[in-house]
Write a protein that binds this ligand. Structure first.
Ligand SMILES: [Zn+2]
Length: 436
């Protein structure tokens, strides 16, 4: 059924880091049909062109592409906001014990469903997630996404050292499991498999090489991992890889550097790493609430964007402290301010939509509002709380009206979510809370 959707429709014709805030334009309406956007423009003209379309009017709400969370750990949903640890202690104290539970497929299914309930209710229509070492965790994630028809990315997280024995595979089993899961899920519906070594400290050179070989056999797949998140982690990496030139070299030497490489955090990069990442057109994923919550450091958004790197935005739940990409945009603003740079709201919104889609090489499918793209949308109430409404009332332009929602908004600002055109804003019920 053809539907004409009215509101304040926000679309980008370029990267606002390159051309400024005017890269975004507002228009009045879009038309969707069979899950895709077929037209965008003035409401009267679209009504004349599509006289039989059902009309949905969201009034003064902002209509945007759905948010794209480019780096998350769905198995860590239940340990979000755990207190008092930095990266290595965080993994040992909270992450690894929780990830061991995912050998139980019913627990994996429960957490996967809950994660999609939480992310959708925050306006996130696409997630790129790590799973756990257990293949069941991958099946649970992709099954839950398929039930909602969401465009998602994920992979089995491979580790063959420096983790509890129940969470270790081997170079061969990491290759075999990943290859089998890739065959099962990659390109099935809206799912994409991502080759996923957790990070160099938990993979032997043999395992990194095995996954590099798998990537070479499937060059259209993305490969995700972590890079230079914390200073202590970098020291650990240096002890484990004494001949590596730098952290990136531990991946580069094993076939894990390339254009489809998605590197999370990248807080403490060396000049050679920055140059190589730009040269191969790799993607960096900024996880601001995680970087402050776990005490990692301040990502150089302005510098890395100026060097031409692809940069996406992500929650990194549960190391990140929120499922909301609004809160994540606020975190990116705060981190950039601490580096002396004020990101424009147009840039923040772009990062959470088109920027993340571009970082995942999916900007021809999602992340913007244009004919031919999939109709993944978020509809935002820009007056969702009294505090936001009174600030927005003073706004002279759209970005002054949007910025209070970026800084103070949460799931109350999400009026509706469309996944391939279908309205889908589930409520998180008490029944879907952890079973303990
Ligand atoms: Zn992560």
């Amino acid at each position: 059924m053809t539907e004409l959707i009215r509101g304040r429709v926000l679309r980008y014709h370029a990267d606002p880091f390159s051309v400024g805030p005017d890269a975004a334009q507002l228009t009045e309406a879009l038309v969707i049909d069979k899950g895709s956007i077929v037209a965008v423009g003035a409401a009267d003209a679209l009504q004349r062109a599509y006289p039989g379309a059902r009309i949905t009017d969201y009034g003064t709400c902002l209509i945007s592409a759905g948010f794209v969370d480019a780096h998350a750990h769905y198995p860590q949903s239940a340990i979000i906001a755990s207190w008092g640890k930095q990266l290595i202690d965080w993994l040992n104290t909270y992450t690894f014990p929780e990830e061991m539970r995912f050998s139980n497929i019913s627990y994996a299914n429960e957490v996967a469903k809950r994660t999609f309930d939480l992310t959708l209710s925050n306006g996130t229509t696409s997630v790129c997630s790590y799973c756990t070492i257990q293949p069941e965790s991958v099946d649970a994630f992709f099954s839950a996404a398929a039930a909602r028809n969401q465009r998602v990315w994920a992979g089995k997280t491979c580790m063959d050292r420096n983790a509890p024995s129940a969470l270790l595979d081997t170079a061969q089993s990491a290759y075999d499991d990943s290859a089998r899961l890739l065959g099962s899920w990659h390109g099935r519906g809206r799912a994409s498999y991502v080759i996923t070594p957790r990070f160099s400290p938990t993979s032997t050179p043999d395992q990194l090489s095995a996954l590099g070989a798998l990537w070479a056999e499937h060059p259209k797949c993305l490969m995700q991992t972590h890079l230079s998140e914390q200073v202590d982690e970098i020291s650990w990496m240096r002890a484990l890889f004494p001949s590596a030139r730098d952290y990136l070299d531990t991946y580069e030497a094993h076939g894990l550097l390339g254009a489809g490489g998605i590197y999370g955090h990248a807080v403490h990069l060396e000049p050679r790493e920055r140059a190589r990442l730009a040269e191969v057109d790799a993607s960096l994923i900024h996880c601001p609430t995680s970087n402050t919550f776990i005490g990692s450091g301040l990502f150089d958004m302005a510098g890395l964007k100026a060097e031409g790197l692809r940069v996406g935005l992500a929650t990194d739940t549960g190391g990140g402290s929120s499922f909301s990409m609004l809160r994540t945009m606020a975190g990116a603003y705060e981190v950039a301010q601490l580096r002396g740079h004020a990101l424009h709201p147009s840039q923040l919104w772009w990062l959470a939509t088109a920027g993340s889609a571009k970082a995942l090489h999916a900007d021809h499918q999602i992340g913007n509002i244009a004919p031919g793209l999939e109709a993944d949308l978020v509809i935002i109430d820009l007056q969702s709380t009294p505090a936001i409404a009174q600030a927005t009332a003073r706004a002279d332009d759209i970005w002054q009206a949007v910025f209070p929602t970026i800084m103070m908004g949460d799931d109350r600002a999400i009026r509706d979510v469309r996944v391939a055109g279908v309205s889908h804003k589930p409520q998180v019920s008490p029944k879907s809370q952890p079973s303990g």
